[in-house]
Design a protein around this ligand. Structure first.
Ligand SMILES: Nc1ncnc2c1ncn2[C@@H]1O[C@H](COP(=O)(O)OP(=O)(O)OP(=O)(O)O)[C@@H](O)[C@H]1O
Length: 252
């Protein structure tokens, strides 16, 4: 009699993506009906479908920090939006242990309020209580290193300064499943180093992190596993070094 041996996988799955398809319907303006002067667009000939993800499947486990690479328009952001539930699948499914959070509390921040007020607002938007926000304010301000600028309205900040503030607020709490889309590409070198270190800390706090970036050094420094998305297909999924090396070679 043959013996069937089952090997238990000790890893705990937190996100399962199963044959995920995403299609967008876009209205391409094309040539205006009746000539450009009529000012009317021919909507019937202009509907186009973009098949942005074509059957992507993978499982992400607890404590993994996963890089997501691919050329412009390959489907990385679409995949991340589908993970958060912002973009509905047109086929397949996404299962997650808890709702993945997209790093960035940008939508909750108000340009006319000062950096300090936005720290409070962003903290509340992330689900902290008022007392918790009061406890964290100093830490967030210190991490952002914006000095006196924190008293100025956020609209006066450069894009790098805004990114620092958003990162500092969002990174103040550990998330079960966290998605960072290009967050490291902004800010200066010093801030990038500190944000990478903070991401590693967050990853250590039992979270699962997805990092979408065009910076291969950020991916190599931060991620143990990497997904390469190519034209809507998961081209490769494996240890970061192997995937990034193959991806870079493909672009020579
Ligand atoms: N809201 C949308 N409506 C229509 N098409 C879209 C929409 N968002 C993305 N697309 C299309 O889907 C495809 C994948 O785009 P996506 O933004 O996911 O790529 P990406 O890999 O994140 O690109 P990048 O590296 O440039 O940020 C592209 O062809 C893009 O034009």
């Amino acid at each position: 009699m043959s013996e069937v041996q089952t090997v238990e996988d000790p890893r705990v799955p937190v996100v399962v993506v199963d044959d995920l398809h995403v299609k967008y319907r876009v209205f391409a303006s094309g040539k205006a009906a009746g000539g450009a002067r009529s000012g009317l667009l021919n909507m019937t000939r202009g509907v186009r479908e973009v098949h942005a993800l074509k059957g992507v499947s993978f499982t992400a486990y607890e404590n993994e920090t996963i890089g997501v690479v691919g050329s412009n328009g390959s489907g990385k952001s679409t995949l991340m939006r589908a993970l958060t539930g912002l973009t509905p699948p047109s086929g397949g499914a996404v299962y997650a242990r808890s709702r993945p959070n997209l790093l960035g509390v940008g939508a909750a921040l108000l340009p006319n309020l000062s950096g300090s007020r936005n720290i409070i607002l962003g903290g509340l938007a992330m689900g902290f209580t008022r007392d918790e926000v009061d406890d964290l304010r100093e830490d967030i301000a210190e991490f952002a290193e914006l000095g006196d600028s924190l008293d100025l309205p956020m609209r006066t900040y450069s894009s790098g300064m805004q990114a620092r503030l958003k990162f500092s607020i969002a990174a103040a709490r550990s998330h079960d499943i966290l998605i960072i889309d290009e967050a490291l590409a902004v800010g200066d070198k010093g801030f990038r180093k500190r944000s990478e270190a903070r991401i590693r800390e967050l990853a250590g706090e039992a979270g699962t992190i997805f990092l979408v970036s065009h910076s291969m050094s950020s991916i190599r420094d931060t991620c143990d596993r990497t997904l390469w998305i190519n034209k809507g297909v998961l081209q490769m999924d494996g240890p970061t070094d192997e995937v990034v090396t193959t991806y870079e070679a493909s672009r020579q």
